[in-house]
Design a protein around this ligand. Structure first.
Ligand code: ZN
Length: 473
């Protein structure tokens, strides 16, 4: 039998093949490769660090939280049931963790050339010490090896957090969340810094599933009557203050478009009352969300929290999968997004105020050079978030630097964020970003756009300082 192939992580991976650039990239990368990881935006479950329980098995750790995996496998005809994705109706799905792992391993070749493939490869090798490539033949051997490794004390969530050299990790939490796990982490005396971020979509969007119940829950957790618009705003301010007291430094809003509009208090109250009566239309929801983005900016100026907006994703594009499996199953698709016109009311009202720190993201890449870099290169309050979601990849990050830098510079960006729910993939994601930045800067140095000492400063800012500054960490 031929020997199984080994995982190859070349030390020069993602650098240019041009020898001068490669050498410079290596030098720049070496300056940042061991810097602490600043993770100001992500979706890791805080419960992991509150309970610090060992990860139960490799499938639960590496497959279940990763919708990047599901989407690719599904696109190649592999049913989500066979990957153990729970069905809304409670119908039969695969429960055997080994079988699920085997299915993913049999099809791991599908991830060649994708970021998921390279992150997972690096994770297996560097975090868990796996040496053989994952495929149908090695699947069970690697599963057993991981199962053993996961029981070791150094692979408990808190020990991993320390081993990864994470300086701070932000989770994402709804205003209705009690933050009990964050409280447990604080009470435990553990020194790891895990902070919440305020994401109010479940109460600011009338069309959000269970909006009415969420509003009631908001009243419960804040102790403020939310049956009127006035009460709702007070409850939001109350929760922001609570989040801030629990360590939050930022907010985030996921919206279909960055549409903003300034409504009078009476107009907003009228829309809110309609929603409470269950009579809101989708236009009402759009106007109210647009108004709430403005309100969130106003509140950010008052309480100093950094504001993030993530527009442009058409969620649950595949209604068959949505009906059967619910949210976040890999069927969210990027859509064309107009920033310039939609965000104008907000920037005109607050964009010149240096107290506001507004970070805008896009997954419509065409907007980087046409819209976002020119906006961020002008308005003092605005920054552009890093290449996000479909684009936090080798090519995506190179394109991001090429489209952004000449108009907005490096300093109207915010460095790197990993935005992941897959906790053990965090070091690999930061490593890829640091390598790509080294590659891009090396090109500028070798073409004499920048001097080496300038690039040496920039790479440290991109890898570390900018995220800290912009998220006030
Ligand atoms: Zn996110």
């Amino acid at each position: 039998m031929p020997k199984p192939a080994l995982i190859n992580l070349d030390k020069n991976r993602y650098f240019s093949a041009n020898p001068d650039e490669r050498k410079t990239a290596r030098h720049l990368y070496n300056l940042v490769k061991d810097l602490p990881l600043v993770c100001p935006h992500g979706h890791v479950d805080p419960k992991l660090f509150a309970t610090n329980a060992p990860f139960p098995d490799p499938t639960e750790l590496l497959i279940i939280p990763d919708h990047y995996l599901f989407r690719m496998l599904y696109s190649q005809g592999i049913p989500l049931e066979s990957l153990g994705v729970p069905r809304v109706d409670g119908g039969e799905v695969e429960r055997d963790r080994r079988k699920i792992w085997q299915t993913v391993a049999n099809n791991f070749y599908l991830f060649r050339g994708t970021p998921t493939g390279s992150w997972l490869k690096q994770e297996l090798a560097e975090v868990f010490g796996v040496t053989k490539r994952l495929n149908g033949e090695t699947a069970m051997e690697i599963y057993d090896e991981l199962q053993k490794v996961l029981q070791r004390p150094e692979n408990r969530p808190r020990a991993m957090f320390e081993r990864f050299n994470i300086e701070v990790l932000s989770t994402t939490d709804a205003p209705t969340d009690s933050l009990e796990f964050h409280q447990q982490i604080k009470d435990s005396g553990w020194s790891g810094k895990v902070i919440p971020a305020f994401r109010p979509d479940n109460v600011t969007d009338f069309m959000y599933k269970g909006w009415k119940q969420n509003i009631e829950k908001l009243a419960d957790v804040s102790g403020i009557d939310t049956s009127t618009y006035k009460g709702f705003i007070q409850a939001m301010e109350n929760r922001r203050a609570f989040f801030k007291q629990m360590g939050a430094t930022s907010t985030d809003q996921g919206v279909t478009t960055p549409f903003t509009i300034e409504l009078s208090e009476d107009q907003a109250a009228m829309l809110y009352a309609r929603a409470i009566r269950g009579e809101a239309t989708s236009d009402d929801a759009r106007f109210f969300t647009g108004h709430m983005i403005m309100e969130m900016a106003r509140m950010s100026i008052e309480d100093g929290m950094t504001m993030q907006i993530h527009p442009g994703v058409i969620r649950n594009h595949n209604s068959v999968i949505f009906e059967k499996f619910g949210l976040d199953k890999g069927c969210d698709i990027p859509s064309m997004t107009d920033y310039v016109n939609n965000i104008k009311p907000l920037l005109n009202k607050f964009g010149n105020d240096p107290r506001l720190n507004l970070i805008m993201f896009t997954i419509d890449e065409t907007t980087y050079s046409r819209e976002l870099a020119p906006l961020a290169g002008h308005y003092p309050a605005m920054k552009v978030g890093p290449a996000w979601w479909f684009h936090d990849s080798r090519e995506g990050m190179i394109r991001y630097r090429r489209m952004m830098t000449e108009t907005a510079g490096f300093y109207n960006g915010v460095g790197f964020i990993d935005d992941t729910r897959a906790f053990p993939s965090i070091p690999a994601r930061h490593d890829v970003a640091r390598r790509i930045d080294a590659r891009y800067l090396a090109e500028l140095v070798c073409e004499h756009v920048l001097d080496l000492d300038e690039a040496e400063d920039v790479i440290v800012d991109l890898a570390y300082n900018l995220a800290k500054q912009n998220y006030k960490l």
